[in-house]
Design a protein around this ligand. Structure first.
Ligand SMILES: Nc1ncnc2c1ncn2[C@@H]1O[C@H](COP(=O)(O)OP(=O)(O)OP(=O)(O)O)[C@@H](O)[C@H]1O
Ligand SMILES: [Mg+2]
Length: 414
């Protein structure tokens, strides 16, 4: 039962009340589910995340206050706004309800228009909150990236330029040594011993190789700094015509440490089936964040498959961990779209959670590992900011393929 206005869980021990409330909400375009007491409501919420909860207070078993306290104490439900809907109209109870974390308190009998207006306010507030979290996450990321890039860049320049001097001084000292050798062909025993001790001919050769590998390392770090800067698009205006393949390249560069092999699996093979993509009018920093979320999820799904059980590991040995990124421009319903597919051969998404993965704070990862915001933010960026679509197909145990489609010719819209 989908509704684009939002989903509401109504909790009340009187079936007649539930019926009336459900009817009002459904007529107003909300999807409604119900529970007849607090314990059942809490149980339902383990598998379902409504946008708002309407909660009666006087109920058998745990009352509305206690239900609200438990919901607010649980990380998975604490963010869902709770409105108390009750016959208890005295101030003491109102204050108690608000202190327990309720966002509003409506007394029965209620005015239909007022109920709907208040619900709308809180659902809109929740949407605005996600928007704020997304924006602050983006700007925090941008700032952090800029700081790191700056911090690394300066010392890196010392190393990089000094390698040239080190090579030049080495050459000059060796030349001096050769002059000594030519003009004093019979050195003392002490000099002979030391020359042998340090293996002079090896040292001369190895020193240059060592400088060369330092130079390569320094160049690689410089490349990462460039990627960090362009990943956050710090140097550029927000909305512009840009090359999505560049964004994918920067994102993959930043993820290279996660793609490497680890104790559970070999390195993830990244296959790029890139087609022709025109420049797309978009916000590249935001789209990079979408690529990052999809690729991180793909890597995590692969990691989970390979570290899960011994049986899964055995099966997994047969197949190399792989992410396929394909791009193409397609015309759908007369609209010119840039399509990007990210397919992994990880654990796949169980059907039971397929309806939830785009919900904010929905995560199957352990505490501290996932915030459950990756796909919620990706969806907002793709559908709301870029007027595109994000979809996926998944097969349990086999893998998942996400597809984003961004309209190409939006230049005149923004
Ligand atoms: N490629 C995938 N393969 C399997 N499951 C996935 C994949 N992408 C997403 N999921 C499922 O969807 C859930 C939500 O994903 P989302 O990116 O929103 O949050 P997260 O990865 O758990 O945390 P965060 O991205 O905020 O660190 C994941 O916890 C996971 O269960
Ligand atoms: Mg994620």
């Amino acid at each position: 039962m989908m509704s684009n206005k939002g989903q509401i869980l109504a909790v009340d021990d009187t079936p007649a009340n539930l019926k009336v409330i459900s009817e009002i909400l459904r007529n107003a375009g909300y999807a409604v589910s119900t529970a007849i007491d607090g314990e059942r409501a809490i149980k339902r919420l383990q598998h379902y995340q409504p946008d708002l909860i309407l909660l009666d207070i006087s109920m058998p078993g745990i009352d509305g206050f206690e239900t609200c306290r438990r919901l607010k104490a649980d990380r998975n439900t604490s963010h869902i706004p709770v409105i108390f809907l009750t016959a208890l109209s005295d101030t003491v109870n109102k204050v108690k309800g608000l202190e327990l974390g309720g966002v509003d308190y409506i007394t029965k009998p209620f005015e239909q228009a007022e109920l709907l207006a208040r619900i709308k306010v809180h659902i809109d507030l929740k949407k605005a909150q996600l928007q704020l979290i997304q924006e602050s996450k983006l700007s925090m990321l941008g700032e952090l990236v800029a700081r790191i890039a700056h911090e690394i860049n300066n010392p890196m320049t010392f190393i990089y330029t000094n390698i040239n001097y080190a090579a030049q001084y080495h050459e000059e000292l060796i030349h001096l040594l050769e002059l000594y050798e030519a003009q004093f062909p019979t050195p003392s025993q002490e000099i002979e011993d030391w020359r042998e001790e340090i293996d002079l001919s090896f040292l001369k050769q190895d020193y240059l190789q060592l400088l060369e590998s330092m130079r390569l390392g320094a160049e690689r770090i410089k490349g990462i700094v460039v990627s960090l800067r362009s990943f956050a698009k710090l140097d550029e205006a927000e909305w512009k015509l840009s090359n999505l393949h560049e964004g994918l390249k920067d994102t993959l560069m930043l993820l290279s440490y996660r793609l490497q092999g680890n104790s559970c699996r070999e390195a993830v093979k990244v296959v790029k089936n890139y087609g022709e993509l025109p420049l797309v009018y978009c916000n590249p920093a935001q789209l990079n964040q979408v690529f990052m979320s999809l690729l991180m999820n793909a890597i995590e799904a692969i990691d989970e498959k390979h570290s899960n059980s011994a049986a899964a590991a055995e099966e997994a040995i047969l197949e190399c961990p792989q992410i396929v990124i394909s791009t193409a421009s397609e015309i759908v319903d007369g609209k010119n779209l840039a399509c990007i597919h990210v397919a992994d051969n990880g654990i796949g998404i169980p059907e039971t959670i397929q309806a939830q993965i785009f919900e904010q704070f929905f995560t199957t990862k352990s505490t501290g590992k996932g915030t459950g915001l990756g796909l919620a933010i990706a969806k907002q960026i793709v559908t709301e900011k870029h007027e595109g679509t994000i979809t996926y197909t998944s097969e349990l145990g086999k893998g998942t393929k996400f597809t984003i489609a961004i309209p190409i010719d939006r230049k005149n819209l923004s």
